[in-house]
Ligand binder design. Structure first.
Ligand SMILES: [Fe+2]
Length: 693
């Protein structure tokens, strides 16, 4: 245990920068002297811990004042046992009204790779539930590291059965095989919420339940969005009132990065976008950042207020940026002040075998040129955008090594290339990207895992191969591949390629990403380009299905018309009138010919015989309606990722195991050497995954 005055002083400084008070581990453990009585009702959002390092972790609770009583003053105790007979640190924590009664403590001077228990008790003896946390191994430790990664939880439209399953399994594992932490890749909250009366028949088969009522807020379509700090705080409280989310936060340290919904669904930087129209939102971004800061036990550095324990927002005015620089940064002082108020990109080292790099993919993302109304190519009826056209627009003046075409052509359509003098679409921003590449280049960990809120694996199909039929739309024969989503890294391929080229040029191995956001399970390898361009993968990627949120695979059978001549691309109708299911995954993995064959013959083998090897050579597994979580294990020789899939979590499971599984599929990646490619080996441990492989 490191108890030197110098390291304690350094901790004090970093605790201050995080707006946390400090607890310091002592050499000798002592029994608790506090008369603690558990009163969960007084700590309605439970307890949490986050961002573990070998000697420290952040501990959190929320204890609102009881009306008519003195403001709470809490004692935090950290012990080596659940009975608190071996307490190694205590600290005072004072929740404040200005922080919505949340409180955070940086606990330092702890032992590495160690399980601790903690609890908060007020001056009357009323105590929080007991939390459990785990410190990271030291940098030279050979320990196997295990973590799960999750995203997209929504008590508004479902249950958190995935966490029940995660807890149930972890409790039954031997101590040395339990999880070290949970990586939460965002959509921890959904700022867009639906009130039950606005969707009496539910949404896409889900029951919409009473969740949060914004005292202020604004209604847009069927959604309500927050407009004040109080609104944002209330949605965090509502999420944390969920018993399974609360149990998970009490059991493991969380490492959290936000995705889009922590601020605004279609927003970027401090700009909100509704119905395609931009709205200046610097003041709203500050509210969103403040609420995140108050409710997440994380080592985010607040730049706005010089490190006081209460958030202070800089003054801003809500003005849309008039111009953007070459890295996509909106040139408006209020925009820059708002997005700089909380710096969340950071990295963690877990022993010899894991370095976890986290990036903020939304605060610096530029306007997406693929959303520009001048990008209009496509064929009515096909759910795709032309792959190559999107590459041209996204890359702007950097396309084809700086030789963008003057005109864009798709089939018989032709239009001037309006993007030819523009910089490419931007995600990370200049400063964060420089940090990320520097960190990646210098990391000596066996596995360098990018905790990436957004997916990067392309999701595309080959509409040019659609079997012709009377009344069926035709994609131009030379129109090339068609892509689905463009909002994430798959729509920012120039910057994605810049990162992957860096990996290749520096001979970096053992690199890959784990991602969320897509409400889908993906396993595959990342390459700067796909056929007909060269296919040279340099990294792996796993995307986790949502904890709760509705996925595309759930939606398609509900919205695809029975007589749609392209129905077989999206939906498979099994024989004998059985319920239609999405087959979008099959289409993406094998091509449209295989999907039409599956519908015609109901025979997976016959259908897979028509597999197009060029459509998705990068994918091993795809389930766009999947829910659950990913479980990663890192050792000296390999990394594995297990997808734990659960059925639609419409209602809370009635059994403590979180209910049945749909499948359990593992991908193993042996550590590859410089010049070699990452290879995924798939093992189906449980379930029928014929549609997803
Ligand atoms: Fe989401």
């Amino acid at each position: 245990m490191n108890t030197s005055a110098a390291s304690r002083r350094a901790f004090l400084a970093s605790a201050a920068a995080m707006g946390a008070s400090l607890a310091w581990g002592r050499a000798e453990a002592k029994p608790s002297r506090i008369n603690w009585t558990e009163r969960r009702d007084l700590y309605p959002q439970g307890v949490a811990s986050g961002d573990p390092m070998p000697d420290s972790v952040i501990l959190w609770t929320r204890r609102p004042a009881t009306p008519g009583q003195a403001a709470p003053v809490l004692t935090l105790e950290i012990a080596e046992d659940e009975g608190f007979h071996r307490v190694v640190a205590t600290a005072r924590a004072v929740p404040k009204l200005e922080s919505d009664w949340t409180s955070r403590v940086l606990a330092g001077g702890l032992k590495p790779s160690h399980v601790y228990f903690y609890r908060f008790t007020d001056q009357t003896g009323a105590g929080s539930r007991i939390g459990r946390t785990i410190t990271a191994p030291t940098e030279n430790s050979d320990k196997t590291v295990r973590f799960t990664f999750v995203s997209c939880q929504s008590p508004n439209e479902g249950a958190q059965n995935a966490y029940m399953r995660m807890i149930w399994e972890d409790e039954r594992k031997p101590a040395d095989q339990r999880l070290d932490f949970v990586l939460h890749l965002g959509d921890f909250i959904y700022e867009v919420t639906v009130y039950p009366e606005d969707a009496p028949n539910g949404r896409y088969g889900r029951r919409v339940r009473e969740f949060v009522r914004y005292p202020h807020g604004e209604k847009i379509g069927n959604f309500h969005i927050p407009t004040t700090l109080e609104d944002y705080r209330l949605v965090y409280q509502a999420v944390l009132n969920d018993p399974d989310i609360q149990d998970a936060r009490a059991r493991w340290p969380f490492v959290c990065m936000w995705d889009n919904h922590e601020f605004s669904w279609q927003g970027y930087q401090s700009v909100q976008v509704f119905g395609g129209k931009a709205r200046p939102g610097a003041s709203v971004k500050l509210m969103a950042n403040q609420a995140w800061f108050e409710y997440q036990p994380a080592r985010g550095v607040r730049l706005a207020d010089g490190g006081r324990d209460v958030w202070v927002s800089p003054p801003v005015t809500d003005v849309l940026p008039a111009t953007y620089d070459d890295n996509g940064l909106g040139q408006e002082p209020s925009n820059i002040a708002a997005i700089s108020s909380l710096k969340l990109w950071r990295s963690f080292r877990y022993g010899r075998h894991l370095e976890l790099l986290l990036t903020d993919n939304h605060s610096f993302m530029g306007p997406n040129p693929l959303n520009d109304e001048r990008n209009v190519f496509g064929v009515e009826g096909f759910p795709f955008a032309p792959d190559e056209v999107n590459r041209i627009i996204d890359a702007g003046r950097t396309y084809d090594g700086g030789k963008p075409p003057e005109k864009i052509r798709f089939g018989t359509d032709e239009a001037p290339n309006w993007a030819k003098d523009q910089p490419p679409g931007a995600v990370l921003g200049a400063e964060q990207k420089a940090w990320f590449l520097d960190r990646l280049g210098k990391s000596r960990a066996t596995w360098k895992v990018w905790g990436n809120s957004m997916g990067a694996l392309d999701c595309r199909a080959d509409p040019q191969n659609t079997p012709k039929a009377p009344g069926r739309p035709e994609w131009p024969a030379d129109g090339g591949y068609g892509m689905y989503a463009v909002a994430d890294w798959a729509g920012h391929r120039a910057e994605r390629a810049e990162i992957l080229d860096f990996v290749r040029d520096h001979g970096i191995t053992g690199f890959g990403t784990v991602a969320g956001d897509r409400h889908a399970f993906y396993a595959g390898v990342l390459a700067p380009t796909l056929p007909p361009h060269p296919f040279e993968p340099v990294a792996f990627e796993f995307v986790t299905g949502s904890i709760t949120s509705v996925g595309g695979g759930e939606v398609l059978p509900r919205v695809t018309k029975k007589d749609d001549p392209l129905r077989s691309i999206s939906v498979y109708d099994p024989p004998n009138g059985a319920q239609a299911v999405s087959c979008i995954d099959f289409t993406v993995l094998h091509g449209v010919r295989a999907a039409f064959e599956l519908q015609a013959t109901h025979d997976f083998d016959k259908a897979k015989a028509l597999h197009n090897p060029d459509v998705s050579p990068h994918l091993s597994f795809l389930d766009q309606g999947g829910h659950g979580y990913g479980l990663v294990t890192c050792t000296a020789n390999g990394l594995s990722c297990e997808f734990v899939g659960i059925p639609n979590p419409n209602e809370r499971a009635t059994t403590p195991d979180g209910g049945p599984l749909t499948y359990r599929v593992r991908h193993d990646i042996p550590l590859w050497r410089k010049g070699e490619r990452p290879e995924l080996k798939q093992t189906v441990l449980e379930g029928d995954v014929r549609m997803f492989t």
